[in-house]
Structure formats: structure tokens, C-alpha cells
Design a protein around this ligand. Structure first.
Ligand SMILES: [Mn+2]
Length: 217
């Protein structure tokens, strides 16, 4: 039986992704899931997508993919910052197609495990939550709404409200180390900020990471 491997936020750090994949030595029977924000902020988003395709990685929609896709669709690119412009210029037709078809989350029944970019809000079944919510949530406001960590520093993290038995593996909220709480695991170890790119081997409960070659952002 193959392994189930989750990979955290890549943000265009293609060299680090390649190094991590070489360390993981993926087999045909393995299933690799990238937790979203494969692109943007870092140096080479096109190459990150190319690697994802070459290694048959199932990526999930992140807030950066979503923001870029909706800006393209609504022709309001000029409102985006320079990271997005840099990424936009790199992507070809097939890259856009790849991004467009990314799923909102992946549920693996055999492992009772959910893979998502941001997380979930309380008081609403996880499977019916919006793409906007699951790609963006970091903390929960008093009103029970999703919000950014930097906007509401006193609000609690969404994981504080997670009461399901289903295990959630997510990214989006970078920290120096992986973060475990209440049946959840955050794999965003801030590669683009000069941290690490981290993979988690679900069945073996094992972490493998590579250091960022430099601070990109
Ligand atoms: Mn994100």
C-alpha cells in the first residue's frame, strides 16, 4: 500500500519543493497532497506547478490561487500587489487550467482525514463551507466569522473550535514549527519567509522537511 503525504505552503519555492520530493522518493502508489498556496510570493510559480504535475501531486485551492484566478476573471489585476504580477507573467495556459481545477478540500475516508488550505468555521458542517472560508480562515471572531490572524489578534484560532473526530491537515498560518492542536496539524513552516518546507507522512506519523535556500519574502 502506498503512503499518503501532505506538503505545506510552497509559494513558488520550486527549488525547495524539488529537494523535498527527492527526499521523499515518491513511489507510484503514493498519494501526495499539497495543501494550497503552491504559487505566489516566491520565485518560480510556473516551476512549482510543473513539479506538481510531474510528480502527480494533488494540490488544493489556496487563497493565493483563488485571488489570482478571480482577478484574472474579473480583469482587475491592477489592484493586486507585485507578487501577483510576477506570478501572473510566469503562468501559461496549462498552468491556469491546473489552478482552475483545484479542489476546495480533500477528504480521505479510509484515514478519516481532511486536507484543506485554511481551515473551518464552527457551527456549520465542514462539507458545506464556502471556498472563501476554507481558504482564508485563521481565527474566529466573537460573531463566529472567519478572519485573518493579523486583523483580530485577540480572536482564537479556528482549531480551538474544532470538535470533530476527523483529523485536519492544513496550511496557511505560518509558524516556525508545525502546530498540533485538537486533532489538527498545520504544516505551514514558512518556506517563503526563509523557514522550512514540510511534508507529513500520514500513516507513519512522520515529518520530513527542507530548509529554505533563502528568504524570498
Ligand atoms: Mn494561504
Amino acid at each position: 500500500m502506498g503512503r499518503t503525504i501532505a506538503i505545506g505552503d510552497v509559494h513558488g519555492c520550486a527549488r525547495e519543493l524539488e529537494k523535498l520530493l527527492k527526499k521523499l522518493k515518491p513511489q507510484k502508489s503514493d498519494r501526495i497532497i499539497q495543501l494550497g498556496d503552491l504559487i505566489n510570493k516566491g520565485p518560480d510559480s510556473h516551476e512549482a506547478i510543473r513539479l506538481a504535475k510531474a510528480y502527480d501531486i494533488q494540490a488544493i485551492m489556496g487563497n493565493h490561487e483563488m485571488r489570482l484566478l478571480s482577478a484574472k476573471k474579473e480583469k482587475r489585476l491592477k489592484y493586486l500587489n507585485s507578487h501577483y504580477h510576477h506570478t501572473y507573467k510566469q503562468l501559461n495556459k496549462s498552468d491556469w487550467k491546473f489552478l482552475k481545477h483545484l479542489p476546495k478540500f480533500i477528504y480521505e475516508g479510509a484515514l478519516d482525514t481532511l486536507f484543506v488550505h485554511g481551515g473551518f468555521v464552527p457551527n456549520e458542517p465542514w462539507h458545506s463551507q464556502s471556498l472563501d472560508t476554507v481558504t482564508n480562515v485563521q481565527v474566529i471572531t466573537k460573531e463566529g466569522l472567519p478572519e485573518k490572524r493579523t486583523h483580530r489578534s485577540k480572536s482564537k484560532l479556528w482549531v480551538n473550535y474544532w470538535k470533530e473526530l476527523t483529523f485536519v491537515i492544513y496550511g496557511h498560518t505560518p509558524r516556525r514549527r508545525i502546530f498540533k492542536k485538537r486533532n489538527t496539524l498545520c504544516l505551514d513552516t514558512g518556506c517563503v519567509y526563509g523557514g522550512k518546507l514540510t511534508a507529513y507522512l500520514v500513516e507513519e506519523n512522520k515529518l520530513i522537511s527542507v530548509n529554505a535556500k533563502q528568504t524570498y519574502c
